[in-house]
Write a protein that binds this ligand. Structure first.
Ligand code: ASP
Ligand code: MG
Length: 416
């Protein structure tokens, strides 16, 4: 039956009763003949509490010790899940990141996985043992505990699946990936199949089901991915059917999707900050003098709009992650003389709304439909960016819900 990585998020392991439920899902797959590695997050709320303690201890703290503290949540759930499995008569043991080992670089708090040696786990598979792996953590070349960034257990699971040549099922508190946030649009529908490319855009543009990095990894290593709910009955059907009537959402190659929509989903993010640089001299090199220093400070600029030139001057508007807005203003302020602008304006009350779909590559008019639908609701567009498979607009944050709902209807995504 092959190998399977099953990842369970924080709400799925929030207490012992839920860990028992997790164990029943694992039992089903073991009985079906799979070799199973389980990847667990910390109990819901635990990581936030641990992060809070490091801040309380010292606002500027050693990031290596931060990792020692925040990695501890996953150690607890890995041990507990192994105990519960054993109690059910299923051979199991826990594996911490360093025990596997899951090797990472030394970027503490946001480490990247460099390699996983699955030998030990595979040996235990041969003896019929389930591996329970602590997500979110690894070990650096110099032997220190590292963590992968918030939400990083998804990435642990996909990386382990790649190393084990396994399928990867992500169990969470929703039953799949939706056309948009169901809390905003009651008519949002569960997507049966979505391509890696679309999922990557959805995750990085604001959908919170999967950590963006995990989708990147799945795409590069072609790991078959399924997102599903841990709250569904553990002895229900365990595979998605081709028509999508089974549980969950399958993330796969574009070619494996039979009925492709033009727009697959709509994402939004309110974490945007907008900067307008007023009256910049309109001459070669001006964008370099503006965006160079921002890049050097590690601030990523997203949408950029340059207005038409009037008497040799222009305004440039762009967005940065809201958490970086103050830093961005400071950096530009520090370079006022080189850039030579009049003044700076900043806004936090903006939101980015994006429509995503690989079908856009072969369909004209998707952007025009979007702009028309927003215009009909009198929603003003402040900036636009596009790629082959997505269109994003920046709007007043107060209209986010209205915009998402309107576009959901425009692209025929409403369910019943
Ligand atoms: N426990 C970590 C977090 O809360 C990692 C994860 O759950 O994926 O960010
Ligand atoms: Mg998560």
């Amino acid at each position: 039956m092959g190998r399977l990585v099953m990842k369970f998020g924080g709400t799925s392991v929030a207490d012992i009763a839920r860990i028992r439920n997790v164990a029943r899902h694992v039992e089903r797959e073991v009985k079906a003949g799979h070799e199973v590695a389980v990847v667990v997050s910390a109990m819901a709320g635990t990581t936030d509490r641990l992060v809070g303690w490091t801040r309380e201890a010292a606002s500027l703290h050693d990031s290596r010790e931060y990792d020692v503290v925040v990695a501890s949540g996953e150690q607890v759930t890995a041990g507990l899940a192994a105990i519960v499995l054993q109690e059910m008569g299923i051979p199991a043991r826990s594996w911490l990141g360093w025990q596997v080992p899951i090797e990472t670089d030394s970027m503490h708090g946001a480490a990247r996985i460099m390699g996983i040696d699955p030998k030990g786990i595979i040996e235990r598979f041969a003896q019929g043992q389930v591996a329970v792996v602590a997500g979110f953590q690894g070990i650096s070349r110099d032997g220190r505990v590292t963590t992968l960034g918030r939400g990083g257990s998804d990435t642990s699971a996909v990386a382990l699946a790649a190393a084990l040549n396994a399928r990867c099922d992500i169990y969470t508190d929703v039953d799949g990936v939706y056309t948009t946030d169901p809390r905003i649009v009651a008519k949002a529908r569960k997507i049966a199949r979505i391509s890696y490319e679309e999922m990557l855009e959805m995750a990085s543009l604001g959908a919170k089901v999967l950590q963006t990095r995990s989708v990147e990894l799945a795409m590069v290593h072609r790991v078959p991915l399924q997102v599903r709910s841990s709250f569904e009955v553990p002895d229900g059907p365990n595979q998605n059917t081709v028509d999508g009537s089974g549980p969950g959402t399958i993330v796969c190659d574009e070619e494996d999707i039979v009925e492709q929509q033009v727009v697959t989903g709509i994402a939004y993010s309110k974490d945007e900050g907008k900067v307008t640089v007023v009256r910049v001299p309109d001459r070669p090199g001006i964008s370099a003098s503006l965006f160079g220093p921002l890049a050097e400070t590690g601030i990523s600029v997203d949408m950029i709009v340059q207005n038409v030139s009037a008497d040799g001057h222009t305004d440039i508007t762009f967005t940065v992650p809201q958490k970086d807005l103050d830093r961005a203003l400071k950096v530009i302020g520090d370079h006022k003389n080189q850039i030579g602008y009049d003044s700076l304006k900043a806004a936090r009350d903006v939101a980015k709304v994006s429509v995503i779909g690989v079908g856009m590559r072969s369909h004209a008019g998707v952007a025009a439909d979007m702009f028309k639908a927003l215009a009909e609701k009198s929603i003003n567009i402040q900036a636009i960016t596009t790629s082959e498979i997505k269109i994003s607009v920046l709007i007043d944050a107060a209209y986010t819900e209205l915009a998402v709902r309107t576009l959901h209807t425009t692209y025929n995504l409403d369910g019943h």
